[in-house]
Design a protein. Structure first.
Length: 215
């Protein structure tokens, strides 16, 4: 399953439900729809995986004990595939080891059936907020990476050395050019990266994992 990476609109959201208990699945769907949320409900992991994820803020309400592939197995598969979908586990058999395993693997919450409607809504709210924030971060990094791709090799080198804390004169010595040329390249890098200040450029280098290689 591919993870869409374009950012979601502020009000666009979708709650996925995977539970083989049809009455419960419908009850949860109705509850979420009653507070204005969009829902996509599935009776099995296979049915869920057969559909592509939508590029909107989302979370997954997932039953732990499913026939065939379990909820924990699905969580492991999504983690392996790099799909960063917040998961809220639901179980009628709330054993502690299972809960701990799910939370260690990144679950947002773990609800023991029967749970209060408000507890479910609260957990969904937290999960959606987390996914929305992640999508904004991913979108910003994607934009930053696109800007970085416009830099020349020398501009990238000087950006990395400057971010390491070297002065223009030191950078000139490192790369074997004049201080004036370093200033020009550094200015070009800041303009192309849309860095308003040198501190901005340093933060961008850190976010991109840009490191200068010693000569």
């Amino acid at each position: 399953m591919n993870q869409p990476n374009h950012p979601a609109g502020a009000d666009d959201q979708l709650i996925y439900i995977v539970d083989d208990d049809a009455p419960l699945r419908e009850a949860i769907s109705s509850l979420l729809r009653s507070v204005g949320m969009r829902v996509a409900a599935y009776p099995s992991v296979a049915a869920f995986l057969a559909q592509p994820l939508q590029a909107v803020a989302s979370c997954l309400l997932l039953d732990v004990r499913l026939q065939g592939v379990s909820g924990l197995d699905l969580q492991a598969e999504l983690n392996r595939d790099g799909v960063a979908l917040p998961i809220i586990f639901m179980t009628g058999h709330g054993d502690i080891p299972m809960s701990v395993r799910a939370m260690k693997a990144g679950a947002i919450d773990f609800l023991a059936k029967p749970f209060r409607d408000q507890d479910l809504l609260d957990a969904v709210h937290v999960a959606l907020q987390a996914d929305r924030a992640r999508r904004q971060r991913d979108g910003a990094l994607h934009e930053l990476t696109a800007r970085y791709a416009t830099l020349t090799p020398r501009e990238r080198e000087i950006m990395a050395l400057a971010a390491r804390g070297l002065m223009n004169k030191q950078i000139a010595g490192e790369v074997g050019t004049s201080e004036i040329t370093v200033k020009i390249h550094r200015g070009n890098a800041m303009r192309k990266m849309a860095a308003r200040t040198f501190a901005d450029l340093v933060r961008m280098a850190e976010a991109l994992g840009v490191h200068a290689h010693p000569h």
